[in-house]
Write a protein that binds this ligand. Structure first.
Ligand code: GUN
Length: 282
C-alpha cells in the first residue's frame, strides 16, 4: 500500500479563501477582526512563526499587529501590556508567542489574557470548556488536525487514536478533541514502555514528540492514518517525527512535513480570531 498524502497547505488555502469572504462580509457590519501577536526576545524560529502569522492574516484581509519586546521585558511589563490589550475594543485576538524567557511565568501570562480574546485556546477557562465538550476556542494545532481528519472523511467514532507526546499545546488537547468525537484515545510519552506495542495498534497515529524520525513504517499498523506534528530541523532541512518514506508504504493516509499540519495551525488561528470578533460584536 502507498498512502494518500494529506496536504495541509492545500486545505489551508481553501479555508483561507472562505475566510477572506467572511472578513469582507464582516466589514459591511463595521467589524474588522484584529489579532495582536506579542513576541519577547529574538528567537529565530519564533520570529519566523510570528511572521508567518502576520502574512497569513494580511492575506485574508485581517488586521494584525506585531508587538516585539526585548528579552529584558519584565513579567509586570508584559502583564500590563496584556491588560491594555484586553481593554482595547479594536483587538479581538491576543497571542503571546511561546516559549517566553525563563524569568517570565508562562502560565501567569496565559491566565492574564481575557478568555474571550484567547485565540490560542490556552486559558484554563477555555481548556475547561473543551474538556467538558463545550464550544470554545480550541488550541490551533489540535483543531487543525481535527479539521484535516474530518475533511479527509476519516471515521473518528470508535477509532483507536494513539498519540505520542503529551504537551499542553498539542498532545493533551488533541486527545481531548478526538475523545469528544467518540474516538478511543491512548496517550503515549517519553516514559511509555514498549512504544511500538501501542503505536502498532493505532487506527490513527498522531506523533507530536519533537524528535526527528522517532517512528518509522515498522511502528505503523497496515492501513493506519499517520499525522506527523513534528517540526525538526536536521542539517538545515525540516523533517517530521515520522520517517515519511517507510511510513507511507504502510499507512492509508499520511501528512508530510513541511506542508502538512503546520499551515493548518495558522489557519485555525485566523478562524479563532474571526470567531472572537463575531462573538465580541454580537
Ligand atoms: N509556540 C509554538 N506554537 C505556538 C502556538 O500555537 N501558540 C503560541 N502562543 N506559541 C506557540
Amino acid at each position: 500500500m502507498s498512502a494518500e498524502v494529506i496536504y495541509g497547505n492545500v486545505l489551508a488555502e481553501e479555508l483561507r479563501s472562505e475566510m477572506k469572504q467572511e472578513v469582507q462580509e464582516l466589514s459591511k457590519q463595521n467589524v474588522y477582526p484584529k489579532l495582536v501577536v506579542v513576541i519577547i526576545g529574538e528567537d529565530p524560529a519564533s520570529m519566523s512563526y510570528v511572521k508567518g502569522k502576520q502574512k497569513a492574516s494580511a492575506k485574508v484581509g485581517m488586521d494584525s499587529d506585531l508587538i516585539e519586546l526585548p528579552e529584558s521585558t519584565s513579567q509586570d511589563e508584559l502583564l500590563a501590556l496584556i491588560e491594555k490589550l484586553n481593554g482595547d475594543d479594536t483587538v479581538h485576538g491576543i497571542l503571546v508567542q511561546l516559549p517566553v524567557p525563563d524569568h517570565i511565568d508562562d502560565q501567569a501570562v496565559i491566565e492574564a489574557i481575557d478568555p474571550k480574546k484567547d485565540v490560542d485556546g490556552f486559558h484554563p477557562s477555555n481548556v475547561g470548556k473543551m474538556l467538558t465538550g463545550q464550544d470554545t476556542f480550541y488550541p490551533c494545532t489540535p483543531y487543525g488536525i481535527l479539521v484535516m481528519l474530518k475533511r479527509a472523511n476519516i471515521e473518528l467514532e470508535g477509532a483507536h487514536v494513539v498519540i505520542v507526546g503529551r504537551s499542553n499545546l498539542v498532545g493533551k488537547p488533541v486527545g481531548q478533541l478526538l475523545l469528544n468525537e467518540n474516538a478511543t484515545v491512548t496517550h503515549c510519552h517519553s516514559r511509555t514502555k514498549d512504544l511500538r506495542s501501542h503505536t502498532k495498534k493505532a487506527d490513527i497515529l498522531i506523533v507530536a514528540a519533537g524528535k526527528a524520525d522517532l517512528l518509522s513504517g515498522e511502528d505503523v499498523k497496515e492501513g493506519a492514518v499517520v499525522i506527523d506534528v513534528g517540526v525538526n530541523r536536521v542539517d538545515g532541512k525540516l523533517t517530521g517525527d515520522v520517517e515519511f518514506d517507510s511510513a507511507k508504504e504502510v499507512a492509508s493516509y499520511i501528512t508530510p512535513v513541511p506542508k502538512g499540519v503546520g499551515p493548518m495551525t495558522i489557519t485555525m488561528l485566523l478562524h479563532n480570531t474571526i470567531k472572537a470578533a463575531k462573538q465580541i460584536h454580537n
